[in-house]
Design a protein around this ligand. Structure first.
Ligand code: CO
Length: 286
């Protein structure tokens, strides 16, 4: 099997979003740093309530999916469909904005650590206007598989094969059920530990390091950075001296034009104008 090399390191840059939540943005920090179909990866991680307390008051999305993975902390999601989701440590919120969603994500803690990720995954043209959907996945529904030589893997989307045993995550699509067919793993390795995962050839993939460091094909990816992988059929992550915690994320690229205006991601400018008009007249999320 061909092994993926490390092609590029995208360091997370400090930014803020919502009502002033401090974030590190890597994938998508600039339009040239998108990785089809990934539009953006934000990591939030802080012990300081001032960095998160303002949260994300009601705001719209159209044309893609948002995946929020809470490692530590508690936020409440509310949307125009009447969904209320308590996003707690280890839980995932998988939201398909489709034709339109208006939601808020507000902290439910006034102190302590808040840490996690929000990933934006694009939808293909023929799925951008599908009905909005929301799925709340508590930590208990996300399998954690121990590795034979130490460490563990949480399977959020896609599947792993470890010790002859296949384990699928709660999101386990095929290209027929979800065009982007994503893989999303949260990997913990001790110092010197390693983990090899098959990744479909042709899919775009990256590993984002949020603790420690990792080596891929002989090159180190430092903390708070996304290591974008070259093509191939598998990838091996080798933990650095302090071990590593990283997410490994892959998906099938869409090869479509991307026109983004803030929280609206469509294929053409006309479709963006329509999204803005629909939002103004109250029919975006109806
Ligand atoms: Co949002």
């Amino acid at each position: 099997m061909s092994t993926r090399t490390l092609q590029q390191i995208i360091r997370g840059v400090a930014t803020s979003d919502g009502a002033g939540v401090k974030l590190r943005r890597s994938i998508g920090a600039q339009p040239g740093l998108r990785l089809d179909p990934f539009l953006m990866l934000d990591e939030f991680g802080t012990e300081n309530p001032d960095d998160y307390i303002a949260g994300f008051p009601p705001h719209p999305h159209r044309g893609f999916e948002t995946v929020t993975y809470m490692i530590d902390g508690h936020m409440r999601h509310e949307d125009h469909m009447g969904n209320v989701g308590e996003l707690k440590s280890g839980g995932v919120q998988w939201m398909t904005a489709g034709r339109g969603v208006i939601h808020s994500e507000m902290p439910q803690q006034e102190s302590g650590r808040m840490r996690g990720f929000q990933l934006w995954i694009n939808l293909p043209a023929n799925e951008k206007m599908k009905p909005a959907a929301y799925r709340d996945i508590p930590a208990a529904e996300i399998p954690q598989v121990d590795l034979p030589d130490g460490g563990s893997v949480k399977v959020i989307a896609g599947s792993v094969q470890i010790g002859g045993q296949r384990t699928a995550g709660p999101i386990n699509p095929t290209p027929d059920t979800l065009a982007t067919d994503p893989l999303y793993l949260d990997i913990t390795l001790p110092a010197g530990g390693s983990f090899t995962q098959p990744v479909h050839a042709g899919y775009n993939a990256f590993a984002y390091v949020y603790e420690g460091s990792v080596t891929i094909d002989g090159k180190a990816v430092p903390q708070y950075s996304a290591g974008v992988l070259g093509d191939g059929e598998q990838v091996t992550l080798q933990a650095g001296d302090a071990g590593v915690r990283a997410v490994l994320i892959a998906a099938r690229p869409l090869h479509e034009p991307v026109v983004q205006y803030g929280p609206f991601v469509m294929n053409t400018r006309e479709e963006i104008e329509q999204a803005l008009a629909d939002y103004r007249n109250g029919t975006l999320a109806a």
